[in-house]
Design a binder for this molecule. Structure first.
Ligand code: XIL
Length: 372
């Protein structure tokens, strides 16, 4: 009898060990994944780098189709890559992400048509307005036209606003005037009638910048031009997420009849040199060891903050699931995140749900647990 009881407990303990293993550290084909857990709520996306688009990274190649049903190219559709010279377009990798989306039935979001950063040098150095207008028109016509109906959506204009909600003093504003945002959507609508059209920006949960977005969206709508959604980038700090403001923006944007998306989500755990939320890729600060405290690993206390932060955010997203159409992470795993290099080069950050070995982190479990 004693022997039978002993074997009974042995079997039970082996079963429960395995169960624990599945939920915390390994994804197997039976485990619930992000895209399945949230399928009744919103799409779950990831930004892919060039290697991932080409399935050159075996771990990412296996994980991405399992976990995500939407993808955004992290860089390869930006003007400096897709349109490096007046008459030279580089569609190779953009075509590949379209094929990738078809292969795995994922929604592809084009990022981005009109943005002041990562512009090709022939545009950066342009002096006359006529040339810029010619670039602007042919860029939108050619790029948006090529992928009409082949990609699901475009970030037509990215980051057109200053923190106070006024139009950013970009080359586009300076040379083309205030009407350029409406004009970009008008051209995109014509070139890509079967693709959804979005405005995308960071810090637009903050009241002044939010008001700027509301004014822009109304201006586009009043001009009789189509805008389908607003993307809130979502580069926040795990220990300082502006939940109240985020909720207010979800409600305010959706009241204009457009979809709301979280398009570039990552929660940094490192100190910010300006103690502020920002995502301007042109901002840079000097390295010093104090600004890179977790080189050897993330302490449990910060791991817990990250997990709690993601849990609170996804709770909010679920509360507003009828207004939110997609939540996209800006990267697949921590090791590949742009936040290791921005705004200070050479740091070790931990902003995503998968660690450097593609293992789901406690934050992943916390997010999945909301749907159990
Ligand atoms: C970042 C990329 O992740 C980096 O690889 C690149 O060096 C700079 O741009 N807002 C955006 C994204 O809209 O395109 C930016 O992506 C991050 C901030």
């Amino acid at each position: 009898m004693k022997i039978i009881v002993f074997f009974f407990f042995l079997v039970i303990s082996v079963i429960s060990d395995n169960a624990g293993c599945i939920s915390t550290s390994k994804i197997n084909s039976n485990a619930v994944t992000l895209k399945d857990a949230f399928k009744d709520a919103f799409l779950i996306g990831a930004a892919l780098n060039a290697a991932q688009i080409q399935e050159k990274e075996p771990n990412a190649a296996a994980l991405v189709p399992l976990q995500f049903n939407a993808v955004t190219p992290e860089n390869i559709m930006k003007a400096e890559i897709i349109h490096p010279k007046w008459d030279t377009y580089n569609f190779d990798l953009a075509d590949k992400i379209v094929a990738y989306g078809e292969k795995y039935r994922m929604k592809v979001n084009g990022h981005t048509l009109i943005w002041h950063s990562q512009l090709p040098s022939f545009v950066k150095t342009m002096n006359d307005a006529d040339s810029l207008r010619q670039y602007f028109t042919s860029h939108i016509n050619t790029v948006a036209g090529r992928y009409n109906g082949k990609i699901f959506s475009w970030d037509v204009v990215n980051e057109a606003l200053e923190e106070d909600g006024s139009l950013r003093k970009s080359i586009f504003l300076q040379k083309l005037g205030e009407g350029y945002v409406v004009e970009a959507f008008r051209l995109a609508q014509k070139a890509a009638p079967q693709t959804e059209l979005y405005y995308n920006d960071y810090n637009i949960e903050q009241p002044k910048k939010r008001a700027g977005v509301l004014a822009l969206v109304k201006k586009i709508q009043e001009a009789g031009v189509r805008i389908d959604g607003v993307g809130i980038q979502g580069h926040w700090r795990a220990y300082n997420i502006p939940l109240k403001e985020i909720e207010e923006s979800i409600i305010a944007f959706s009241a204009l009849g457009v979809k709301v998306m979280f398009t570039e989500l990552d929660l940094g755990v490192l100190p910010n040199p300006w103690d502020a939320d920002a995502a301007d890729v042109n901002m840079k600060a000097e390295y010093n060891a104090k600004m890179n405290p977790y080189q050897q690993g993330l302490p449990d206390s910060m791991q817990a903050k990250l997990s709690d932060g993601y849990e609170a955010l996804f709770k909010l997203f679920l509360k507003h699931k009828y207004k939110i159409s997609r939540v996209t992470f800006w990267g697949v795993n921590d090791g590949q995140s742009w936040l290791n290099g921005w705004p200070i080069a050479g740091r070790t950050n931990y902003p995503l749900l998968f660690d450097r070995n593609f293992k789901p982190k406690p934050a992943y479990d916390a997010v999945i647990a909301l749907k159990k």
